[in-house]
Design a protein. Structure first.
Length: 335
């Protein structure tokens, strides 16, 4: 598992499929998992922001984790299973134990519930959870509930024996470099698998090499909400970048900006990310994988003009979507 993690792969953040009554749609939830695996994803992140943190209050965390693990077992090669872990230490330990018991490989550890904790308190929290399940560190952007984390924290996190990977998702160049530099400064930095979570900078993150003296680091893959849609194209993109010899071709740099433009629409940047999850749902609904765009919060829906913007990126960048691939296999996944 650790070798595959360090080698790098595409890890979609798994959405939540709901009926019109806002109950779990098990058939379509399984279909989404089958889609990601058929598209070539090397892992699944479940119970994370894209799955909606509110599944905990709704009593859906355990069934959603179970469905993904059961469906993933159908694959010829089981993917990496990453469970989102939230809350204070008591809650995080309970969620880590639940995920471990269901066969999850790592816990994507959100620190959003500890906004005022010191670095010492955060590290003690991480160390405790790491005694239950290997850790996938998570720098969540503040716009969707994350908190600022110091370079010193990330240096100490990378030194934890349980730290296996970090998702770097502050949507901030300076803070991204903070994490990379922190990992470069510790002896076991080479053991940490670095995954971009910067949906606003996916291609350039994957193309870039970070140099700190003699130490060179790269993102080996991505764990992204953006990759919950058009996943087949994401896998092809990841393979294309990994196979590059020398400088990136100009057309790939142009595609980088197109993907960022598309992400701005999916994540509803114009309205401070209010329609982030509904934007993902709408693409999956148009492809026939979801029945609707319902979220657990009835007020969480597409923002004004977001549907029209989705039309625009669909028309402007048809090469970014995998509509044909989905149409060919959708009925098989919905069985």
């Amino acid at each position: 598992m650790h070798a595959r993690l360090r080698d790098g792969c595409v890890i979609p953040a798994h959405p939540l499929a709901l009926t019109t009554a806002r109950t779990l749609d098990e058939r379509r939830q399984r279909a989404l998992t089958r889609y990601y695996l058929a598209a070539g994803a090397g892992g699944l992140a479940v119970g994370v922001h894209t799955t909606q943190f509110a599944i905990r209050e709704a009593g859906l965390l355990q069934p959603v984790l179970e469905l993904a693990a059961e469906t993933a077992s159908e694959a010829d090669e089981r993917p990496l299973l990453i469970a989102g872990i939230c809350g204070d230490t008591k809650q995080a330990l309970a969620e880590a134990g639940m995920a471990k018991n269901q066969g999850y490989d790592l816990g994507l550890l959100s620190l959003a519930a500890l906004p005022d904790a010191t670095d010492d308190e955060l590290i003690n929290h991480c160390r405790a959870v790491g005694e239950v399940i290997p850790l996938f560190g998570f720098y969540l952007q503040p716009a969707v509930g994350g908190r600022s984390l110091t370079r010193s924290f990330w240096r100490r996190f990378a030194e934890l024996p349980a730290a296996a990977a970090i998702k770097v998702a502050p949507f901030d160049r300076y803070k991204t470099i903070d994490v990379m530099r922190a990992v470069a400064e510790v002896d076991r930095g080479k053991e940490i698998a670095l995954y971009t979570g910067n949906d606003d900078n996916i291609v350039l993150d994957l193309l870039s090499e970070y140099q700190f003296g003699e130490v060179r680091l790269r993102f080996v893959g991505g764990l992204l909400g953006h990759w919950a849609v058009w996943t087949r194209k994401a896998v092809e993109l990841h393979q294309e970048i990994r196979s590059l010899q020398g400088a990136a071709p100009t057309q790939l740099l142009a595609r980088a900006q197109q993907i960022t433009d598309a992400n701005a629409v999916l994540f509803d940047v114009d309205h401070a990310f209010a329609g982030c999850i509904p934007g993902i749902h709408e693409v999956l609904r148009r492809q026939g994988l979801l029945e609707n765009i319902a979220c657990l919060d009835p007020l969480e829906t597409l923002s004004a003009g977001q549907a029209q913007e989705l039309d625009r990126i669909q028309h402007s960048y048809p090469h970014l979507n995998d509509d044909v691939f989905v149409a060919e296999h959708r009925d098989e996944w919905l069985r």
